[in-house]
Design a protein around this ligand. Structure first.
Ligand code: ADP
Length: 174
């Protein structure tokens, strides 16, 4: 059975098979976790992202792509674009956020990953309410692993602030 856990950490330091980046559609890096991943990973990730956007165009919200992890200890980075709270109705925002988690897990499974770590997608500058985002994330991941987890043995929710850690620990009952 796939293990779900929540920790407080900087996602760029984790030696898991896949870390997920809360990117924007341009894949060119930005602030928050996106900036941290590009800084820690180095220019190779940006070059791969440029090639992806040249080939396929900007990444739509809710979708994901995979690159190497450059200088970070992780194996790969999955870049996904979360919804910006307030730009679509709440129902659609929830669907799009759930889609980020599912699309990322699909790519991790395709890459034969055993371990994947997620940041709290959309809860930074995209202002998705943190508790609702945690509920959506845990539900989407639980449904996905219940369906066909393939090689994925562990999913880590990486919290960068205390609020998120408290919500995740409460919802996961750990
Ligand atoms: P978004 O645009 O999707 O809201 P942000 O990067 O602004 O993305 O925030 C997403 C989450 O990532 C926030 O909860 C933020 O605290 C967290 N975060 C920022 N830096 C890191 C990091 N180095 N490791 C893990 N999480 C981080």
């Amino acid at each position: 059975m796939t293990r779900l856990e929540a920790i407080e950490a900087d996602i760029t330091t984790l030696a898991v098979d896949v870390i997920v980046n809360a990117a924007n559609s341009s894949l060119m890096g930005g602030g928050g976790v996106d900036g941290a991943i590009h800084r820690a990973g180095g220019p190779d990730i940006r070059d791969e992202c440029i090639a992806i956007v040249e080939r396929h165009g900007p990444l739509p919200t809710g979708r994901a792509v995979i690159t190497t992890a450059g200088r970070m200890p992780a194996g790969h980075v999955v870049h996904t674009v979360g919804p910006v709270w307030g730009t679509v109705d709440e129902h659609e925002a929830v669907d799009l956020l759930a889609s980020c988690y599912r699309s990322s897990l699909d790519l991790a499974r395709d890459a034969l990953a055993a371990s994947i770590a997620f940041p709290n997608i959309s809860t930074g500058v995209y202002h998705f309410p943190k508790r609702l985002a945690a509920e959506v994330a845990i539900q989407a991941v639980s449904d996905w692993v219940g369906d066909d987890p393939g090689t994925v043995e562990s999913v880590t929710f990486v919290c960068f602030d205390r609020d998120n850690l408290v919500f995740y620990r409460d919802l996961l009952r750990i």
